[in-house]
Design a protein around this ligand. Structure first.
Ligand code: FE
Length: 587
């Protein structure tokens, strides 16, 4: 008997209480509290009795791992070392948690960040004291800036050396302090379950990184105690503003002639509800780049992404709008939203009116507020506006079709996006790197229903693509996992292609190999600098993949691309498709 948590509101579905298996529920089943789709649920605990069977010789590490597993942690990513031996062994002994050994801690942190963004669930990364800890920094800052819940289990030197100093000892508390929403050191055994639960709880509620530092000697202390269950220890987040404020918002919406709904990453899983509002008021939906795919981009009401790499349709609709209905978007500079009359929905009160004043701010969970607002607004059938949206979408589609030149050599990035769009499965998960690969994907790839992406949003860190794909492959073992990366970003983390092979994760890595740090080269051009230090050494990633034991496919001619994509998607092993690509953005 298992329990599942709704990642939107924290409702717990207990198979024992309900008398049925979660897996037997129909696909269209939704959370009875917040209406989130079944896909928003994650496995919490597999036993209804939180107290594990007593085992001889239990340690603090065993109890800590049991505790975080009870709260839904399924994976620990890391590199084992001297100061984590106790915790690593506790993971080995616990059949609910899987240790994934990576080659560099940065990859472990990126994986945990990506896992949190994709699933809304917490994964852990585990590092040794000193260099293992500092190697986590970039991935943890990525999680922190993109509000991804992550747990760090950081090994520390034994207590008597904290302060006096030792090999691999540094001031870890101070190191973690600016990154974390929760940062504590486990100093005695009776703190174990309390710190374990508070760390996961804070990561989920404050949507950030929690660190538990565990001194080497504490890890090995004999200890056993009652595990604290998740239920009754977490607030349900199915809340929203009072009805009179929703009524005010509805009146503002009713008064608008050209409303546009702007959907941010926070409303993942709310696609159906967003479309419900859009249809009722005849309004288009534009998304932020990170929210790409929250709504099926091929739906008539979706006008694509807004921002620097957004569609002309989204840009024009937002420009001419007389009201923005902004849902779960943090108004980042990347989204380039102008100041307009605004109704804003956000679960984080600090995001309301963050950049510009808003006419009505609705504080709460969009899963609750979207249907309430939809029920209160007047129904409109603005056919002229709908025709205009369709016309703008057609123009944009014609533009990106024109850019996808199937004959140009070197191969044009827009053509690669077109071939991927035509061939990748409708349920696929994409992990994007940062650079030209990401720019072209955001601009030219149109996501189908149920496809997902994960990326390094605000930190915009190169090297995210491969770790994101590894995390996606673990979270969604039955789905096609596609990494879209560049020769620059991939090279930063390519040692962990070995991790895909070791754990038999059949990810498909498409390298937009333009032999440049292409985006920076563009900036040098645009700012009138000479092109310098952005050229990369020619590297054959297909040979690298073959040599490592995976599948490698080199594409030099545009006519080879379709067959190469077919071959990669059919491969049962981790695969790299290395595509010689034109580094120029526009010709
Ligand atoms: Fe829910």
């Amino acid at each position: 008997m298992a329990k599942y948590r709704c990642t939107v509101c924290n409702y717990v579905f207990s198979e024992e209480k309900e008398g049925k298996k979660f897996s037997d529920l129909p696909e269209e089943w939704v959370c009875p509290i917040c209406g989130a789709p079944k896909t928003s649920f994650v496995l919490l605990a597999e036993k209804t009795d939180a107290q594990q069977a007593k085992k001889e010789g239990k340690t603090v590490s065993d109890v800590l791992i049991e505790q975080v597993a009870e709260w839904g942690v399924r994976y620990v990513f890391g590199v084992p070392g001297t100061s984590t031996l106790g915790v690593v062994d506790a993971v080995r002994k616990n059949d609910k948690v899987m240790y994934i050994q990576v080659r560099h801690e940065e990859v472990a942190a990126f994986m945990a960040s990506a896992y949190g963004k994709l699933t809304g669930n917490v994964a852990a990364c585990l590092s040794v004291s000193g260099p293992g800890t500092t190697n986590l920094a970039t991935g943890l800052y990525d999680a922190s800036m993109d509000n991804s819940p992550v747990l760090v289990l950081s090994g520390m030197v034994a207590r008597q050396y904290i302060g006096p100093g030792s090999i691999q000892e540094l001031d870890q508390h101070s190191f973690f302090e600016p990154i974390c929403v929760f940062n504590k050191t486990l100093m005695s055994e009776d703190q174990t379950t309390m710190l374990g639960t508070l760390a996961v709880k804070t990561a989920l509620l404050d949507r950030g990184v929690s660190n538990i530092g565990i001194p080497n000697d504490v890890q090995k202390l004999p200890y056993d105690t009652q595990i604290r269950p998740f239920e009754d220890r977490m607030p349900n987040l199915a809340f929203g503003s009072e009805d009179y404020i929703i009524e005010e918002a509805a009146q503002v919406v009713n008064s608008a002639e050209r409303p546009v709904i702007v959907a941010g990453f926070g409303c993942r899983g709310q696609g159906t509800k967003l479309l419900g509002l859009a249809k009722r008021i005849s309004a288009p939906i534009v998304t932020t780049f990170r929210a790409k795919g929250v709504v099926n981009e091929q739906d008539a009401f979706c006008a694509g992404c807004h921002g620097g790499l957004g569609s002309t349709a989204a840009g024009e609709l937002v420009h001419k709008s007389d009201l923005l209905i902004v849902v779960d978007s943090s108004f980042s500079d990347l989204t380039l939203l102008p100041q307009k009359r605004t109704v804003q929905i956000d679960i984080n009160m600090k995001n309301i009116a963050k950049k510009y004043p808003v006419e009505v701010g609705l504080l709460g969970n969009s899963a609750i507020l979207l249907p309430k607002l939809t029920a209160k607004v007047q129904e409109k059938n603005n056919q002229d506006y709908l025709n205009e949206i369709a016309h703008l979408k057609e123009n944009w589609n014609r533009q990106i079709a024109k850019e996808a030149d199937a004959t140009a050599k070197p191969i044009r990035a827009p053509y690669i996006m077109k071939v991927l769009q035509d061939k990748v499965a409708s349920g696929a998960v994409f992990s994007l790197d940062v650079g030209e690969n990401c720019w072209w994907f955001g601009r030219n790839f149109q996501m189908k229903k149920t496809q997902k992406i994960v990326m390094s949003g605000l930190l915009a860190s190169m090297g995210f693509g491969l770790p994101g794909a590894l995390a996606a492959a673990l979270a969604y073992p039955d789905k096609q996992i596609i990494c879209v990366t560049g020769d620059g970003g991939f090279t930063q983390v390519m040692g962990d292609f070995a991790t895909a092979l070791k754990y038999q994760l059949p990810i498909k890595v498409f390298i937009i190999n333009n032999k440049h740090l292409g985006m920076i080269m563009q900036e040098q051009k645009m700012e009138g600098y000479q092109i310098t230090q952005t050229e990369l050494h020619e590297y054959n990633f297909a040979l690298f993949a073959e040599n490592a034991g995976g599948v490698g496919i080199k594409v030099t001619e545009p006519s080879q691309l379709e067959a190469a994509v077919d071959q990669a998607l059919a491969a049962t092993k981790a695969t790299i498709v290395d595509i010689d690509t034109d580094p120029r953005r526009f010709i």
